[in-house]
Design a protein. Structure first.
Length: 287
């Protein structure tokens, strides 16, 4: 039973192996970015940008159909544009950055859905919103693997600077006026790039789940940043494998199954994590 459910599908079927490899590659890079978003107290920014890329994806779809390159370029441009404009508005007005992002991403989501509806069918819209991980082709798999590799390489090369910018950007700005802006721009570019890669697999609505849920779960256990990065990556890999296995065994949609598995891991960590200990607090409260 265990062999048939958790191992046999990936041995016998090529599309299951491809889906697993793509999910594993995506989990490695997105969970690391989720940890840095958590440290910056910008956890909802990933959700905002995942919606913000939809108009660009829709424009690419209108121009070239289901072209991977056109939708990826459009989504990347739209995500960067929304991030820059929302940041500029928050600096020039009384609005906080979260309120600015909320306004822009809600409008972007509605615009993207409207643009897709002008030409596409409900099936195309569902594909863009929720992905079709079991139908990932070789080009999409190579694109996701490339994005993951570039992201991990950039995080390794600029690790110290990104950590410094996350914890104390004022100190970093004293030593170099342009370096914080450069690191912040690099981080935003990597974030949008991974969300663009994620929509190919999980859709614009599900991609951020793999990014943030393992990262938040790791925060409940680890005390150090390297520990959080390692646990978040392991949680993302485990959620991808178990979610795909359960979707195969129970005939469930693959993308939501992966995110639901990550959600269960998140709730377990909240209750029993050594840095959260909600179960201990509840026990003490009722005693």
């Amino acid at each position: 039973m265990i062999w048939h459910l958790f191992f046999q599908p990936f041995i016998e079927f090529g599309f299951m192996r491809r889906a697993l490899v793509v999910c594993l590659a995506l989990s490695m890079s997105t969970t690391a970015l989720g940890v840095f978003l958590l440290l910056r107290r910008m956890s909802l920014m990933g959700d905002a940008l995942s919606h913000a890329i939809l108009p660009g994806v829709a424009v690419g779809y209108l121009l070239n159909g289901m072209s991977l390159m056109a939708m990826s370029i459009g989504g990347f441009i739209a995500g960067i544009l929304v991030a820059l404009v929302a940041g500029w508005v928050s600096r020039r007005t009384l609005l906080k950055e979260d309120a600015s992002f909320a306004g822009f991403y809600l409008g972007s989501l509605a615009l993207g859905v409207t643009l897709v509806s002008l030409r596409g069918s409900s099936v195309d819209l569902l594909h863009l919103l929720f992905g079709s991980i079991l139908a990932v082709d070789t080009d999409a798999a190579l694109f996701v693997a490339g994005v993951s590799s570039v992201t991990l390489l950039c995080l390794a090369l600029f690790y110290r600077g990104l950590v410094s910018e996350a914890f104390d950007s004022a100190w970093l700005q004293v030593n170099s006026r342009w370096l914080p802006s450069l690191l912040h721009g690099l981080f935003l570019a990597l974030l949008v790039l991974n969300l663009v890669a994620g929509f190919q697999v999980l859709g614009t609505l599900m991609a951020v789940g793999v990014m943030m849920l393992p990262a938040v779960a790791a925060r409940c256990w680890a005390r150090t940043l390297p520990g959080m990065l390692a646990l978040a990556g392991a949680g993302g890999l485990f959620s991808a494998w178990l979610g795909l296995s359960l979707s195969w065994g129970a005939n469930l949609p693959a993308g939501p199954s992966i995110v639901l598995t990550a959600s269960v891991l998140f709730f377990i960590s909240i209750f029993f994590g050594r840095r959260s200990g909600l179960a201990t607090s509840l026990r003490a409260f009722f005693d």
